[in-house]
Design a protein around this ligand. Structure first.
Ligand code: SAH
Length: 250
């Protein structure tokens, strides 16, 4: 699974962080890395810290400016350790991930990370549609750059897995409309016989019960059980309880 979201690292000072970010990406199935004016790249330290995720480093695009790195991107989120005075919509990685995936499917989407020393400038943040902040201890909010990349990449993977998860397979088929009707008739008869439902003044009782059962999407088997329960409760019923006859089930 390749997750179509670009990771952009701006002005990274420590090449080790570039390698560690590449590793973080690789573990989560991201492979699009752009580096804006890194201090040192390529670098043996980056390769060492990538620990085998060399392909992400090899295909990394090195750009002179953020504009260049964001060329072709339609949706951009900036990761910031500080919740700025800048009145920008701020989202958590969990909120950002499905949006990034959805936008990434239509055109490219990117997450921009700042410098180790000073983060992103306000001008850089203003290029972003939203700010992403990883909730932290307010007294110490700055994660290591590669660790911030890891958190975001992990949420992207979780969101992608959820998106691609196959519909839960149904083991038993849903009860047919006819089966449901026979159940409701059976229920109504039983309630009238028990004196709970007054046919002269039914109000909306059956309607409400239908709404309740229909909300549960009853399966064939479940309707069979419910009808068995109704039969077992019928007054004057002979024979062992809980075993509906063919006749009763019809
Ligand atoms: N000292 C810098 C933080 C640099 S950490 C500052 O105060 O801005 C390097 C980068 O990692 C940040 O620019 C940001 O992109 C990312 N990062 C670190 N902690 C983060 C957090 N809590 N939420 C979102 N991104 C974070």
């Amino acid at each position: 699974m390749s997750i179509p979201v670009r990771i952009v690292l701006v002005g990274t000072t420590h090449p080790g962080n570039i390698g560690a970010a590449a590793r973080a990406m690789r573990t989560m199935g991201l492979d699009r890395l752009s580096l804006v004016a890194p201090r040192e790249f390529p670098s043996p330290e980056a390769t060492a810290r990538a620990a085998g995720a060399d392909d992400v480093l090899e295909s990394a695009r090195v750009c002179a400016t953020l504009d260049e790195a964001l060329a072709g991107c339609r949706f951009v989120i900036g990761a910031s350790a500080r919740l700025r005075a800048l009145p920008w919509p701020a989202v958590t990685p969990r909120e950002a991930a499905p949006r990034l995936l959805a936008e990434g499917a239509h055109g490219e989407a990117a997450v921009v990370f700042g410098r180790e020393s000073s983060g992103l400038t306000n001008e850089e943040l203003a290029r972003c549609h939203a700010l992403l902040h990883i909730p932290t201890n307010p007294e110490y909010s700055s994660l290591n750059l590669a660790m911030a990349v890891q958190v975001v990449a992990y949420e992207l993977r979780l969101a992608a897995l959820e998106e691609g998860a196959p519909e839960q397979e149904r083991i038993d088929p849903l009860a047919s409309a006819e089966e449901l009707e026979r159940f409701y008739e059976h229920l109504e008869r039983t309630l009238v016989a028990a004196g709970f439902l007054n046919p002269a003044n039914p109000r909306h009782l059956m309607l409400r019960l239908r709404r309740l059962f229909n909300r549960a999407l009853p399966e064939e088997n479940e309707v069979r059980i419910l009808r068995g329960v109704l039969s077992a409760l019928e007054p004057g019923r002979s024979g062992p309880p809980g075993k509906p006859t063919e006749e009763e089930l019809r």
